[in-house]
Design a binder for this molecule. Structure first.
Ligand code: TLP
Length: 351
């Protein structure tokens, strides 16, 4: 069996999730009548300290529904140039919402300097696209799963408030931050207007994310979800797995973090690997092969060894630990990396 470190999205539902899905009480959610979805939304609203929440099929739809609910056509989404919304959500906010992305340079630790965000908030003028929403991400996917501190989120929120702007948090992996820092979600969510959390990544549910925020915002996000075709009917079978994810799968994320650490320390010790250990704080390990070695050749050599990782472009490689990966898998993956590096070096010499 392959050791699949491509993403925590590959996690399979736990046996308890399958049982809960089979037993779930369901109803028509577009009519608000699915008791399992209602319970899931209430639980997420409670955990995030928000008035209301709405279940969505994916993190991408959760972020898009939120942005559509916050910002008018022709206004700007001020966000990090390394953010998931900017890179991997198919430009949906522009394609479907008429929103303009205003990317801000992101430091390797996932933070955009507050002054840079301030500079990106255009003043009011007939010829300028006005800012509509500020978007943050935590943990930060393309920044090696780095945790963005609550104090930082508070300072961005204060700036946004001073301009009467909402802040949306892409918290696809906010539970990873919470477990790593031993803090409740509210340490971050208290500062932001809205948050999207994913059930289908480290928490291992098969499908689903939840958006939470003030009641009127959630009503608008619900309408945006409907426009996007995300109004589901007896989707309580999915929410049932989500409830198990929230009640049984959160604390075990600490194992993923310990495994990522093990993997990162082992990788950093390999001659030919470049890796910043300080950034590895949760379950994502981003690294590179040394200049002169071909990252794509390394990924292929590793695949032949039965270990799958992702090439994120410009030489950056990503390995993610999750529910399907044990400590032993990480040790075996490290051995495979050693061999794949040798093969890559041998190829470089021969070439
Ligand atoms: N991320 C996926 C890929 O799209 C890259 C992954 O493998 O990490 N926000 C963040 C921070 C994410 O990492 C992801 C998924 C999403 C949003 C989107 O969630 P889904 O895949 O449910 O649409």
């Amino acid at each position: 069996m392959a050791i699949d470190l491509r993403s925590d999205t590959v996690t399979l539902p736990s046996p308890r999730m399958r049982e809960a899905m089979a037993r779930a009480e369901v109803g028509d959610d577009v009519f608000g009548e699915d008791p399992t979805i209602n319970a899931l939304e209430a639980l997420v609203a409670e955990r995030t300290g928000k008035e209301a929440a709405v279940f969505v099929p994916s993190g991408t739809m959760g972020n898009l529904s939120s942005l559509l609910a916050h910002a008018q056509r022709g206004s700007e989404v001020v966000l990090g140039d390394e953010s998931h919304v900017f890179h991997y959500e198919a430009g949906g906010a522009s394609a479907l919402g008429g929103l303009v992305f205003h990317p801000v340079a992101t430091r390797p630790n996932g933070v955009m300097p507050v002054e840079a965000i301030e500079a990106a908030l255009r003043p009011s003028a007939e010829w300028l696209a006005p800012p509509g929403v500020v978007c943050l991400e935590n943990t930060h996917n393309r920044c090696s799963g780095a945790i963005v501190a609550p104090e930082y989120v508070a300072s961005v929120a204060a700036l946004a408030r001073s301009r009467s702007l909402p802040v949306h948090l892409d918290g696809a992996r906010l539970f990873n931050a919470a477990v790593a820092r031993k803090l409740p979600l509210t340490a971050w969510t208290d500062h932001v207007t809205s948050v999207m959390i994913s059930l289908s990544k480290g928490l291992a549910a098969p499908v689903g994310s939840v958006v939470a925020g003030p009641r009127e915002f959630v009503a608008r996000a619900r309408r945006a979800r409907k426009i996007l075709g995300g109004g589901m009917r007896q989707a309580g079978v999915l929410a049932a797995a989500g409830l198990v994810a929230l009640t049984e799968m959160v604390e075990r994320l600490a194992d993923d973090h310990a495994n990522a650490r093990l993997l990162a320390e082992g990788l950093a010790a390999l001659p030919g690997i470049v890796l910043d250990l300080d950034l590895v704080q949760t379950n994502i390990v981003i690294f590179a092969v040394q200049p002169g070695l071909d990252a794509a050749v390394f990924v292929d050599a590793l695949k032949r060894e039965g270990v799958w990782i992702i090439d994120m472009g410009r030489g950056r490689l990503r390995a993610v630990t999750h529910y399907g990966i044990s400590e032993d898998d990480c040790r075996r993956a490290l051995d495979a990396c050693r061999r794949a590096l040798q093969a890559t070096k041998a190829g470089a010499l021969a070439g």
